[in-house]
Design a protein around this ligand. Structure first.
Ligand SMILES: O=C(O)CCC(=O)C(=O)O
Ligand SMILES: [Fe+2]
Length: 348
């Protein structure tokens, strides 16, 4: 196996300390990070490490339920919410990610998709409290990003109003399974999250100390392209600084006329001795626009679309890329069928 090619790229760390007084400085740091790397770490964001640790405890509590219990809140493609296991296939790998995830939303999309209080007392309220805190940090970043693009300060905040029934914002709890250590006799690759770009506006990711694996590969020029390079940079969890890893998604790339970069990233399939093979937990908060939000960049590079249309277009593009990949690799029809189901399910 050829060793992974790594290069060092600085990933900016941006402090939100004294946000109101420093908003100009923070805006220019954010714009610089969004234009050049697409990934940045946010610190001094106001969510305590205890809060983050306690939501990870809730996540472990959810995933430790047996599969029959979790299957009572199955993933719904229509609502982009609920639990799924070994179901997501990325066009970059043509194979399933070895993980389970539980996607939560703020509103009606969750009807029937919360586990009942008897199974998991207190879970729902704790999850929603956390999601509101992350929404608060997201709104600070949205304010700066809007200023950076000369939109009204509340332009992105209004489009991502989580109190409206049209909200599509998702908080995804992720649990990657332990991977067998080398040598792996079957030669099978255990993908965790195959290389992809996110479709949303901005992703805020929480990681656990020591559970590495996230890697990025910048260099994409337009939000509609699929290509990526072959040199990776590790984004290690920084629990001491309680950093939130943020990345620009395709929606913000297109909303900025491709000025801000939505960067390819993955959770590496552990395959080299120094990789992390253990079970891994992470939490991704995907800021998604309301279905009726109107999306167009200041230079009008792309035609105006609604939040609903943007998501549909992204899914269709993903589906086509996956079909091409599977055709090229002559995967069996059963894999294709499985993939079709899974991509239709995938909304991020
Ligand atoms: O688990 C992680 O660290 C990243 C997950 C991710 O990139 C995603 O779910 O889109
Ligand atoms: Fe991602």
């Amino acid at each position: 196996m050829t060793p992974t090619k790594y290069i060092d790229r600085p990933i900016p760390t941006i402090s939100l300390h004294e946000f109101d007084a420093r908003v100009d400085e923070i805006t220019s740091e954010l714009v610089d990070a969004a234009e050049n790397v697409g990934f940045f770490c946010v610190i001094d964001h106001g969510i305590s490490r205890e809060t983050v640790d306690s939501i990870f405890d809730q996540s472990a509590r959810f995933f430790s339920q047996d599969d029959t219990t979790k299957a009572r809140v199955p993933f719904s493609p229509q609502h982009n919410a609920g639990w799924e296991k070994n179901a997501q296939i990325r066009p970059s790998t043509g194979a399933i990610d070895r993980k389970e995830s539980y996607q939560m939303q703020f509103g009606a999309g969750m009807n029937g998709r919360w586990l009942d209080e008897d199974s998991l007392p207190g879970f729902r309220q704790k999850a929603l409290d956390f999601m509101h805190q992350v929404q608060g940090v997201s709104e600070k970043l949205m304010k700066c990003l809007a200023r950076g693009l000369n939109f009204a300060e509340d332009h992105f905040i209004k489009a991502h109003d989580v109190s409206r029934p049209e909200s599509q914002t998702v908080c995804r709890l992720l649990h990657y399974f332990e991977t067998p250590k080398l040598p792996n006799p079957s030669g099978e690759v255990f993908h965790r999250a195959g290389a992809h770009a996110d479709w949303d506006f901005l992703t805020l990711l929480f990681q656990k100390a020591g559970q590495s694996g996230l890697e990025i590969c910048p260099g994409r020029e337009v939000s509609t392209s699929f290509g990526y390079g072959d040199a990776w940079t590790k984004v290690e969890p920084d629990a001491d600084k309680n950093a939130i890893v943020c990345n620009v998604g395709d929606l913000l790339m297109s909303w900025s006329d491709d000025r801000f970069k939505s960067t390819f990233h993955r959770v590496k399939a552990p395959s080299e001795p120094e990789d992390f093979y253990g079970e891994r937990y992470s939490i991704a908060f995907f800021n998604q626009p309301c279905t009726d939000a109107e999306i167009q960049g200041p230079l009008k590079k792309y035609p105006l679309v609604t939040g609903g249309e943007f998501t549909r277009n992204a899914m269709n593009r993903n589906y086509k890329a996956l079909q091409e990949k599977l055709k090229k690799e002559e995967k069996s029809p059963s894999v294709v069928t499985q993939a079709r189901i899974s991509v239709e399910r995938e909304a991020i």
